[in-house]
Write a protein that binds this ligand. Structure first.
Ligand SMILES: Cc1cc2nc3c(=O)[nH]c(=O)nc-3n(C[C@H](O)[C@H](O)[C@H](O)COP(=O)(O)OP(=O)(O)OC[C@H]3O[C@@H](n4cnc5c(N)ncnc54)[C@H](O)[C@@H]3O)c2cc1C
Length: 733
């Protein structure tokens, strides 16, 4: 297939309109690129809109402004500690990139007006015992948001069936999560938790002219050029196929609704697995990536966040905190408990332990549980609908009806109840996990919010499923920056993965609630920055004069950008391997084509080159780029007074400064090529037809270098609106 020559078609093509996809499109637009979001469903928001909206970030500015002390080192110790079961699954670089970039990303999104953050106070990290754990301060969520602000798009946003609309964590902790779901219908249209978070990003994205959103547009194919390179995507819509061209970002979440992938990657059959995610989350990202050579990284099912849920008589799946509330326990077919049954983190690895599986397993509650809490849509004390629960006057009879050893069930309940009265579980530690007690328990129940005897007849039980939440853990193999990798570990050019469609090698075998959305927003930030040409602060120390932010995508610079992109970036791995020792970028005045930073960025990230080399002095008095996450690098002698004000500390104005950037004609690029590997250029000779002049120019340059025409070659290019751009290629080695 051929690609249109019109550069306007070079947009960012985002596959999936959940949180990560919307954020990526927004980020790209804020960096001056157009973006199309293809969303397969009729509603936006994906699993993120169904979620609790918890975003786990260490050492965030939000925690700091709320007076909570944390630091990145501590957060890293925590992540390492909880991932220690399988250190081989942890991609160290991805983990560190995420941890270091997440605080910057969430600050950026707030300053962009895409969200207003608050700390979920009093919610502890899952593993209080782990090195670096914090009792409160790492879970962020968005402040409540008025749904009406979305205008007509409000009707196109998912709202969670698992949390009552408008519920805040303050409510939840005061009344208990179950208490909020059984409360009456909400007044008004205040959006909170996951729906509120997505709504804020969506509202902000809708203000960007460059963002196009297509609903009911399932991407079924990635488009490639004659060289096999990804150049866009095709979606199926009611009106026929729609194609968009540009780099593609997969944001399709996990594979919950693809039984073949569930069987392959989790080893679970439909009898034992269900999902809380929307049914449009069906592993398309994996299939699309695979079709162009993308690899899948596997994480064992024993590490995957899945919660106990149950199938309703109509076949749908439900879940709630009821299994973790007092007067409930979980047993396997032998009638024994096998885990801390209030805590999926303990339940999943034990239930799926290949050496000692505990499938199927069952929820058993007593009449106190029924009376106080009900189940799902069944209010406290109301009759369970036919086919939902099995009820019996004794535990022995209940066991028989469920296919569980009833005699053992009685013995299990007796021991459980004796200790539960005292708020203890010496066998499995139920009641000892702060997160569970706070998020799932009954705050009114004493002495422990998740422990109460299972002793009052009649008894009720049902078979449980493991229920996915749009975090498959296995997924598209991507590197620390969201580049999709092939089986050999090489980057597939122009293909990215953000959010939960990317395998969670970032956390390895450890997971803490909030990490999915945190990583989604961080990868969205990184990928959008790269596509927009920015170098996030976390990629270099602010003020380091070797790393200078490039900014603004303006027409003049595009020629040089294309030159570098066409010839170098598209094949950057090959180039780097082939010997481009250093690709430097010099931006003394801060405004030039954004994409030109990418060679520096890419090479630097891989640790294969030195950071960008800066050779050019600043030009005092020139307007500098102003951007919230711009490196505050100063060239020697640069006049800071010329700077416009930096970050808006109040945040949320929504007017990103880069919108106001003026066209700045001058640009200097430094490309250092290791002469020992000049043959690299020949292998690069790709370039699009419309880039012929640039390609020739680069060829001439390299040829000149080969001939030994001086150590340095200068070249220039006159942009459409006149300014002269300069670059030079410099020899090293
Ligand atoms: C009840 C619940 C509570 C949760 N709570 C939390 C929490 O508090 N914190 C946390 O971090 N995580 C939580 N999660 C998990 C989290 O919501 C998901 O991991 C996250 O939403 C994934 O975000 P995403 O942007 O990758 O994908 P999603 O938000 O799921 O969006 C993916 C989108 O891609 C679309 N799509 C799929 N295939 C295609 C295609 N071929 N073409 C076009 N579009 C396509 C889908 O329709 C969907 O809209 C929770 C999940 C659930 C279900």
């Amino acid at each position: 297939m051929t690609r249109p020559n019109d550069p306007a078609d070079d947009r960012v093509v985002v596959v999936g309109g959940g949180l990560s996809g919307i954020a990526t499109a927004l980020g790209a637009a804020l960096h001056g690129r157009s973006a199309t979001v293809f969303e397969a469903a009729g509603l936006l928001g994906g699993a993120a809109a169904y979620s609790g909206g918890q975003v786990w970030v260490g050492a965030s500015h939000v925690a700091a402004r709320e007076g909570i002390e944390d630091d990145l080192d501590r957060a890293e110790r925590y992540v390492r500690d909880i991932a220690r079961r399988h250190p081989e699954l942890l991609d160290d670089q991805a983990m560190r990139r995420w941890l270091a970039t997440a605080p910057e990303a969430i600050r950026y999104w707030e300053q962009a007006g895409a969200v207003s953050w608050t700390v979920i106070r009093g919610l502890a990290d899952y593993h209080a015992e782990a090195d670096g754990a914090l009792a409160s301060g790492r879970y962020l969520t968005s402040r409540p948001f008025q749904g009406s602000a979305l205008g007509p798009w409000r009707a196109r946003l998912r709202v969670s069936p698992y949390f009552r609309t408008g519920t805040t964590y303050e409510d939840m902790f005061a009344r208990g999560r179950r208490g909020t779901t059984t409360a009456g219908p909400p007044g008004g249209d205040v959006l909170t938790l996951g729906a509120g978070l997505v709504a804020q990003f969506l509202a902000r994205a809708l203000r960007e002219e460059g963002v196009e959103i297509q609903l009911q547009a399932r991407v079924t194919e990635l488009l490639r050029d004659s060289a096999g390179q990804v150049v866009g995507a095709r979606a199926e819509t009611a009106a026929g196929p729609v194609e968009r061209f540009g780099p593609v970002v997969l944001a399709t979440s996990s594979f919950d609704w693809n039984p073949a992938l569930v069987r392959d990657l989790l080893g679970l059959s439909p009898e034992d697995f269900g999902s809380l995610a929307p049914d449009s989350v069906r592993g398309d990202g994996i299939m699309l990536a695979r079709a162009v050579g993308g690899a899948v990284a596997r994480i064992p099912a024993t590490c995957v966040p899945m919660v106990p849920g149950w199938r309703l008589p109509d076949g749908t799946v439900a879940n709630g905190p009821e299994y973790a509330m007092p007067h409930a326990m979980i047993v396997d077919g032998s009638g024994r408990r096998f885990c801390n049954d209030s805590y999926w983190v303990d339940l999943v690895p034990r239930a799926l332990d290949p050496a000692d599986r505990h499938l199927p397993f069952f929820l058993v509650v007593d009449e106190q549980h029924h009376r106080k809490y009900g189940l799902g849509s069944v209010p406290p004390g109301a009759e369970y609908p036919a086919g939902l629960m099995t009820t019996a006057p004794t535990l022995r009879e209940l066991g028989r009806a469920l296919g569980v050893d009833g005699q053992q069930l009685e013995a299990t309940a007796a021991r459980f109840s004796e200790h539960a009265e005292r708020g203890e579980d010496p066998d499995f530690g139920r009641g000892s996990i702060g997160f569970v007690n706070q998020f799932s328990g009954d705050p009114a129940h004493r002495p422990n919010p998740v422990l109460g005897p299972v002793s009052e007849p009649p008894f009720h039980g049902l078979r449980l499923l493991l229920v996915g939440t749009g975090i498959g853990c296995s997924g598209v193999h991507a590197d620390a920056d969201g580049h999709v990798l092939d089986e050999s570990g090489a980057v597939i050019p122009r293909l990215y993965a953000v959010g939960s469609c990317a395998a969670t090698t970032t956390f390895g075998s450890g997971y803490n609630s909030g990490m999915a959305l945190s990583r989604g927003l961080t990868l969205a930030y990184l990928v959008a920055a790269e596509l927009g040409g920015y170098l996030p602060e976390s990629h270099g120390s602010a003020g380091d004069p070797r790393l200078v932010q490039m900014a603004d995508g303006q027409e003049g610079g595009h020629h040089l950008s294309r030159l570098l992109h066409g010839q170098l970036v598209r094949r950057h791995d090959e180039v780097i391997q082939a010997g481009v020792a250093r690709i430097g970028a010099v931006q003394p005045v801060g405004v030039c084509d954004p994409r030109t930073i990418s060679p520096v960025h890419q090479a630097h990230r891989r640790g294969l080159v030195e950071p960008a080399v800066l050779l050019h002095p600043a030009v005092p008095g020139r307007p500098r780029c102003h951007h919230p996450h711009m490196n505050r690098a100063r060239m020697p002698g640069q006049d800071d007074r010329a700077d416009p004000p930096q970050d808006d500390p109040a945040g949320g104005s929504g007017e990103l400064p880069e919108r106001g950037l003026r066209r700045q004609p001058e640009l200097v690029l430094v490309v250092e090529i290791d002469t020992r590997h000049l043959q690299a250029e020949q292998r690069l000779g790709l370039g699009r037809a419309d880039q012929q002049p640039e390609r020739e120019r680069l060829s001439e340059l390299v040829a000149g270098l080969r001939r030994g025409d001086g150590h340095r070659q200068l070249f220039g290019h006159r942009g459409r609106d006149g300014p002269v751009h300069e670059g030079h290629v410099q020899l090293t080695g």
